[in-house]
Design a protein around this ligand. Structure first.
Ligand code: FAD
Length: 410
């Protein structure tokens, strides 16, 4: 069985962020990355793609270009891990051994959990920014919208970037106004959650903007079924069925971690890799770590969170390898996450917070609860560069240095 010092499952944001520097430190072919996809997507750009500001191609790069040169790419999919034997089974039956393991497999979209959705998606006004097949269709439907009900949904499961479900509603409303169809449109945000955003400071800002722009917000309202013939969307609203007619329906589907995690005995109750939320080390297997959307760290599932997690994970994993890891003095993840809340085509509220304290953890010495065009520009032009050239190369481990610098200013 081919065996590596370190195997990283998943060559997405988290997997590449940790492999890039670790492969340099550990040396050639000591790390294997198991990743089935030929194309890597910078998913945060999809909000801009759905608004016609960027193209899907802008968000994509070949995986081959991104795999660190000292790492070995196994283009395959994991079926199961045997943590007690330090063995991985691939879907084609091959086996791979490891001394240390990082799991970074992200979230899967469960389209089939909404009745009628798989067969309707991408047609007759039903779309989603969460699929490469339909993110460009979102812009087509928004651009061609002639009026009626435009409905945007948010499920009850954790999702990638919780703000993305509502950003698309603000951007659509902005376009309807520009296209002079706003006065014959109802813009409706139906969320299964009890709050518009989990952090109060930004929730207040989002509520204010929704009010100013006449966006109807219905909380505790979860999409269950689409009846495409009648153009009806069926919601469960606190136990009662509520039917909405739609002309445009943007669905953020329920999501969950890949099932092999739970089936391999690595998951918590919800199936996320069960790690200590501070050290990111597995609660049962000290040679296993996890970061990103498939880890159990209870914070918003964002690339921004991965930046800080990657620094913590690399330090603690290397210390474990050299036998000096001590949970008391270990590097600790503070729950940092960030969500650029686009509320229009040139306005953005840059939410930065800790998912562990539910308090803001902002970088800039200005009120980040306010929408600003500077933040829009930063998110559209600068953060993608940081992603490709900093985060994926392992050199960007979050904005703490900038936050500290600004906090010293008078
Ligand atoms: P991913 O990057 O999804 O990578 C997981 C990888 O694991 C994939 O490449 C997959 O092929 C691989 N994999 C899965 N199963 C297996 C298996 N069995 N075997 C081997 N490999 C496997 N974040 C922000 O910070 N800011 C934003 O504004 C933002 N906006 C977003 C908007 C949208 C529409 C979306 C979809 C996401 C957004 N995000 C945002 C979230 C961000 O993209 C994710 O949090 C981040 O990419 C997660 O990284 P990850 O490594 O955990 O998972």
């Amino acid at each position: 069985v081919p065996t590596y010092k370190l195997v990283v499952i998943g060559g997405g944001t988290g997997g590449l962020a940790v492999s890039s520097t670790l492969s340099k430190i550990l040396g050639q072919n000591e790390i294997a990355i198991i990743e089935p996809s030929d194309v890597h997507y910078y998913q945060p750009l999809w909000t801009f793609v759905g608004a016609g500001v960027k193209t899907l191609a802008d968000s994509a790069k070949p995986t081959e270009e991104l795999i660190p040169k000292d790492a070995y790419w196994i283009k395959n999919k994991v079926a199961k891990v045997q943590p007690d034997n330090k063995l991985i089974e691939l879907t084609d039956g091959q086996k791979i051994g490891y001394d240390y393991l990082v799991v970074a497999t992200g979230l899967e979209c469960h389209w089939d959990k909404i009745r009628g959705l798989p067969e309707t998606l991408g047609k007759d006004g039903v779309t989603s920014n969460y699929s490469t097949d339909t993110v460009e269709t979102t812009w087509k439907f928004i651009r061609e919208f002639k009026g009626g009900n435009a409905i945007f949904t948010m499920p009850s499961t954790p999702i990638k970037c919780p703000g993305a479900a509502i950003k698309v509603a603000y951007l659509a409303e902005d376009t309807f106004t520009k296209n002079r169809v706003r006065n014959k449109s109802n813009v409706i945000y139906n969320s299964a959650m009890g709050k518009i955003f989990s952090i109060d400071k930004y929730a207040k800002s989002l509520e204010r903007v929704a009010k100013e722009r006449g966006i109807e917000v219905n909380l505790g309202t979860e999409l269950k079924e689409i009846r495409s013939q009648q153009k009806e969307a069926v919601f469960n609203c606190k136990g009662t069925e509520k039917v909405f007619n739609y002309d445009l329906l943007h669905v953020t589907p329920p999501m969950g971690p890949p099932s092999f995690i739970g089936e391999s005995g690595l998951g918590n109750k919800q199936g996320y890799v069960d790690v200590d939320k501070y050290t990111l080390q597995h609660v049962k297997y000290p040679n296993i770590f996890s970061l990103g959307d498939s880890s159990s760290a209870p914070t918003s599932k964002t690339a921004a969170a991965i930046s800080v997690q990657s620094g913590v994970l690399k330090k603690n994993l290397l210390d474990t390898m050299t036998g000096i890891f001590d949970p008391h003095t270990a590097a600790k993840y503070d729950g940092y996450a960030s969500c650029p809340l686009l509320v229009g085509r040139d306005k953005l509220i840059l939410a930065e917070f800790s998912g562990y304290t539910s308090l803001p953890l902002e970088t800039f010495p200005i009120d980040q609860g306010q929408e600003r065009s500077f933040m829009y520009w930063l998110t559209k032009e600068v953060i993608p560069e940081i992603y490709w050239n900093g985060l994926l190369k392992g050199t960007w481990t979050g904005p703490q240095r900038f936050r500290n610098f600004f906090s010293y200013l008078p």
